[in-house]
Design a protein. Structure first.
Length: 289
């Protein structure tokens, strides 16, 4: 059994920037991490030179962290056919995020496929394909775009494995695409991981191919299978449960794939404010044989 790659989402802020992200991941006992290159809800970004990348990687190597994942901000909506300016912003910003991901020495940029905002699934998927082709056709960076499996709230795309396959089928450089498999989203989309774990994995393999999974988001779900809600729960505190999450973490077929926790922060005893990251305890719990 090779070493399990596991970590969590971490912050990147202040003077230390990426160095601070690595130190945070180390404090959780993580050997991989995921971050945003700036606030997920806006386009403000520091210059690459200000991200403290060299110092971060020097520290990372000593801490046993050899891989990082970048998550694109959720303001990018390549599926929007209703407002051309939103689509144009998505294309230009995704191009920049690929450059930033490459500069940070990550090969995986996780991207929500987008929302069709009422135009319908087919129109939305066509627009995502158009956007990805605009971005990737002239891009030579060594970065994969990992389309995230979505829960199906609102007009989200990428809810079924078939929808992701439709995007793959239309993208010219489909070798640059991968999938981010989110356990909470897959559960909420209606795939029964709890009752039929192997069946869901085999279904994914049949439609897209297991070799296309580049990162797995390990999240429990506050809602039952098929709820289309997308509310993450802490490990063992939701409808998926610790056993299934451990099964995916320990699955030898995913040994080389980074597993990233995005579970909610928790409250200190006697407080109603969520101020404590749960990742050190949850990582330890998931690594138990």
């Amino acid at each position: 059994m090779s070493k399990i790659k596991i970590g969590s989402h971490v912050g990147m802020a202040g003077k230390e920037m990426f160095l601070g992200s690595v130190k945070e991941a180390e404090s959780y006992g993580a050997n991989v991490l995921m971050l945003y290159t700036g606030a997920p809800q806006n386009t403000k970004r520091k210059e690459i030179a200000e991200l403290n990348i060299e110092a971060g990687w020097e520290y990372a190597k000593k801490a046993g962290i050899e891989e990082i994942v970048v998550h694109a901000p959720y303001i990018i909506n390549l599926a929007n056919t209703v407002k051309p300016e939103i689509f144009e912003l998505a294309v230009t910003f995704l191009e920049k995020e690929i450059k930033r991901t490459a500069a940070m020495r990550s090969r995986i940029l996780v991207l929500h496929p987008g929302s069709h905002v009422g135009a319908g699934v087919e129109a939305g998927i066509e627009q995502v394909i158009k956007g990805l082709n605009l971005v990737l056709d002239d891009n030579e960076d060594d970065v994969f775009i990992a389309l995230e499996t979505m829960a199906g709230k609102g007009s989200e795309l990428g809810v079924t494995f078939e929808e992701l396959k439709m995007i793959y089928d239309g993208v010219h450089k489909r070798d640059r695409l991968r999938v981010c498999f989110d356990t909470c989203h897959v559960n909420d989309a209606g795939y029964n991981l709890v009752g039929n774990y192997e069946g869901v994995i085999q279904q994914f393999d049949k439609v897209i191919g297991m070799d296309q999974i580049a990162v797995i988001h390990i999240n429990d779900s506050l809602n039952p299978c098929g709820a289309h809600k997308d509310r993450h729960a802490n490990v063992g505190k939701g409808y998926i449960g610790k056993d299934v999450l451990k099964r995916i973490v320990h699955d030898d077929r995913f040994a080389k794939i980074p597993k990233i926790l995005e579970t909610p922060w928790i409250c200190e005893e006697g407080s109603a404010k969520k101020t404590l990251p749960p990742y050190k305890e949850e990582i330890a719990e998931l690594l138990e044989e």
